[in-house]
Design a protein around this ligand. Sequence first.
Ligand code: INI
Length: 154
Amino acid sequence: MPTTHEGDMLAREAKIALVVARFNDFITGKLLDAAVDTYARLGGDTDALTVVHVPGSFEIPVTAKRLAESGAFDAVICLGCVIRGATSHYDYVAGEAAKGVGQVAMQTGVPTIFGVITADTLEQAIERAGSKQGNQGAKAMTAAIEMVNLFKTL
Ligand code: INI
């Protein structure tokens, strides 16, 4: 029989920081609301959450790094929305956000969750913020809680 590890889906007292981009805040606000709601639905007390607002997705990685390095959090969730149609520097902003969040996770060892919507159109972004494709914020919170609980077993 293999030794198997997995994280359960109970929020318990998990200390989670959420970094939220203000850019496209009509979308990122919906991601934040769903993430907080998911934490509560999974049994957590939302007083244990810390929310940090940053200007845009480009500023997410450096902020997530600071939070992860503080030692105060079991996981950091990154929420943003980059829409291709809305910017000529989509590739830079989206690319730096994705690469940067991955680097934070690898450099700090703290689960750092990529909840940044990267969409070609506004319609696609809306679909991932609570309509057809679910809500990226809720998915990010479930991933964070699973990782926090998984790491407790490793
Ligand atoms: N930031 C986003 O989060 N999403 C975007 O779609 C976006 N666009 O379109 O440019 C965006 N730009 C701002 C960027 O993240 C920085 O805040 C800015 O460049 C200052 O460093």
